[in-house]
Ligand binder design. Structure first.
Ligand SMILES: Cc1ncc(COP(=O)(O)O)c(C=O)c1O
Length: 400
């Protein structure tokens, strides 16, 4: 039987399978991987997780092992509302929806807002998972470049003027403004204000994905777009994946109640609710102060790993290479001299140098990135970074 005839148009698209490839690498212990955007394994809390799980099961097994309400347990929504408020984004529990990770939050928003042919704007480069999610909607995607002040609002204004002339303005703009995946760049406060002004003027909503925002190891704090938003145009996506554990699969949407209500309807037809144990673990860790403690430890560890990675880029990589200087988060974004094709060289780097990265082209909705690559310094140890970066530099330069 030829299954090809049965597959949907979506799964037939010759799209990128880069994310699935990254997850495969996690199973190869011989590879030093700068590829997946994974938290450092040292940051997990296995002992505390075992203790809290046992306690939760002893106290209330039917809640732990049963379904939860679709919006999430009320106690967790209240805790999240308080936490968001504490971070400068006043929230009520009704403005929050607990999701199975923030990537599901993005998919839910896609279903809430997008019709065939709608236009959205993303950053160039942008988060690969977001591109994969948006690929499942039959929509038009425009990109606006990111520089060292984040999304280029002057270019965005030009694009919006053009869209207006064509009578085809975007509904949504998706951004990772702080310690962006993949570039590590952060949008300046001036640009944040400009972006909000443009959203008001051209009438689009902003999805702010803040997966890394609490992980600052240098520079000054900048308010989130949600905190600066006087007009309720910003829909905020949060997650515990990078500060606690991606395995518990707990994220959240913070948006106007009207949006959250639609999102709950959509969510009912997806997975119905987030897993109960993950929600209760996040809540209990929050109540015990363990999340904030983990954040402080993670910040310290990321600062050390980023510092060593950047030093080694400076000493090992060929002249003409540039890279970003992140002030937080997991990533630096490397631009090699023209002519070095990072997608073509990836399998050579994995097989010969036993080092992995993600090739730049995976992060663009359109063309771009052929001589760029993303390095995630969060997961490899300092020893692995010290061995891996020189090996990568050698493999990239000797083989093109
Ligand atoms: C920018 C960004 N958003 C969302 C996610 C997805 O996180 P979650 O595990 O909460 O689905 C990631 C994970 O890499 C990310 O980098």
């Amino acid at each position: 039987m030829d299954l090809q005839d049965y597959f949907s148009d979506l799964t037939r698209k010759p799209g990128s399978s880069a994310l699935a490839e990254l997850f495969k690498l996690t199973e190869r212990p011989d590879i030093i991987s700068f590829a997946g955007g994974f938290p450092a394994p040292e940051m997990f809390l296995p002992g505390e997780t075992a203790e809290v799980t046992r306690q939760l099961l002893e106290e209330d097994p039917s809640t732990v092992l049963g379904y939860s309400p679709t919006p999430g347990f009320s106690a967790l929504r209240e805790y999240l509302a308080e936490r968001q408020s504490h971070l400068g984004m006043p929230a009520a529990a009704g403005e929050l929806l607990v999701t199975s990770g923030s990537l599901q939050g993005l998919d839910i928003l896609g279903r809430v807002f997008l019709n065939r042919g709608d236009r959205i704007i993303v950053e160039a480069p942008t988060y690969l998972g977001a591109l994969s999610t948006f690929a499942s909607y039959d929509i038009r995607i425009d990109s606006v470049p990111v520089d060292d002040e984040g999304l280029d609002t002057a270019r965005l204004a030009e694009l919006l003027e053009k869209n207006r002339c064509q009578d085809s303005l975007p509904k949504l703009l998706y951004t990772v403004p702080t310690f962006q995946n993949p570039s590590g760049q952060t949008m300046s406060q001036r640009r944040r204000q400009e972006l909000l002004d443009l959203a008001g003027c051209f009438g689009f909503l902003i999805i702010e994905d803040n997966a890394y925002g609490e992980l600052r190891f240098a520079g000054e704090e900048i308010p989130t777009l949600k905190a600066l938003d006087a007009d309720n145009r910003v829909i905020y996506l949060g997650t515990f994946s990078k500060v606690l554990s991606p395995g518990i699969r707990i994220g959240w949407i913070h948006a106007a109640t009207e949006i959250v209500e639609r999102a709950i309807l959509v969510r009912q037809a997806m997975d119905q609710c987030s897993n109960s144990l993950g929600q209760l673990l996040a809540l209990e860790f929050g109540r015990r102060g363990l999340i904030e403690k983990q954040i402080n430890k993670t910040i310290h560890l990321l600062g050390e790993r980023a510092g060593l990675t950047l030093d080694l880029l400076a000493s090992e990589f060929p002249a003409g290479t540039t890279w970003t200087n992140p002030e937080g988060g997991f990533y630096t974004w490397v631009t090699l001299p023209p002519g070095i094709d990072t997608a073509q060289l990836l399998s050579h780097c994995i097989e010969e140098a036993r080092v992995a990265y993600v090739a730049g082209i995976a992060f663009y909705a359109g063309k771009g990135g052929s001589n760029q690559l993303r390095l995630c310094y969060s997961q490899p140890s300092l020893d692995d970074i010290a061995r891996g970066i020189p090996r990568l530099a050698k493999a990239l330069t000797n083989s093109h």
